[in-house]
Design a binder for this molecule. Sequence first.
Ligand SMILES: NC(=O)N[C@@H](CC(=O)O)C(=O)O
Ligand SMILES: [Zn+2]
Ligand SMILES: [Zn+2]
Length: 349
Amino acid sequence: MTVQTLTLTRPDDWHLHLRDGKVLSQLVAHTANTFRRAIVMPNLKPPVTTTQAALAYRQRIIDSLPAGLDFEPLMTLYLTDTLSSDEIRLAHASGHVHAVKYYPAGATTNSDSGITAIENAFPALETMVELGMPLLVHGEVTDSHVDIFDREKAFIEQTLLPLCARFPTLKMVFEHITTADAAEFVTGASDNVAATITPQHLLYNRNHLLVGGVRPHLYCLPVLKRNTHQSALIAAATSGNKKFFLGTDSAPHARPGKETACGCAGCFSAHAALELYAEAFDQAGALDKLEAFASFYGPDFYGLQRNTDTITLHRESWNVPAHYPFDDSTLVPLRAGEQIHWRIKGVTA
Ligand SMILES: NC(=O)N[C@@H](CC(=O)O)C(=O)O
Ligand SMILES: [Zn+2]
Ligand SMILES: [Zn+2]
């Protein structure tokens, strides 16, 4: 019998971009309506590199929350060539900063202050090992001669394998994985290595991005790969392996920045993230694996309590708006103007 209703422990989003300023209050409810907590990315302009900046940003997020929404932002620090061990200790002691984010310099949106050589971060990584603080990794090499579709695989070979050998007990999340190679690497690595998977990488492949015209709102980094990689990600997400958990990488950009000659990277999915994951798991015949992926394995990895409230979804089609407000402009969400086949009924304490 087809499942019509799904009640899950309330999920968390382990990879989210909320941006800053006026847009915060336009964005935060999209996530907080569904998720109880989210790991908030630090790639602001300028990046969040101090505990003080992280705590101030956290307060701005909380101040932007509509009344009645129970949501906790989990903050991160942006790893630079000069992030000190003292700053990491301070961040950890604050109780609100839960991870440090590693962007290779130039790899993605707002990554200019990222790491130029990972050796520069070794002292910081020693401290993180000691504190049990996770390193969150945007895993792509930036060498101009490496093909964009091979950049994740090359990063595993050039950076991740040596990093795991040098810091075997470092907690690490390989963020937004896009390839069979990454899924295989994570599966074979020790228990302190995990990965997040986005809804777009489960639902789409590069044909959706490029065949019949380029679809800028499906362009994110790491870029969508071929369908065999998509299949490997679906298999990983629905395997019941605790190393794979939910991280949307919802990354809003104003419409003019996406629909232009040189459009920026990032897909916005926060308006319907859990519903999109439900579709992907449903298509794979694995709805029974969704709860652990969305609500258990993330908090278990981060050493946090699982949520106690629940969320209910119905099998029901609805039309996604063509756009949402964003600053003085708009943003175009995933599935804009099309249907999604699961709908959230509500959250129950
Ligand atoms: N994923 C993206 O394509 N973009 C993200 C940055 C990131 O997560 O790499 C963004 O901040 O826009
Ligand atoms: Zn990234
Ligand atoms: Zn991201």
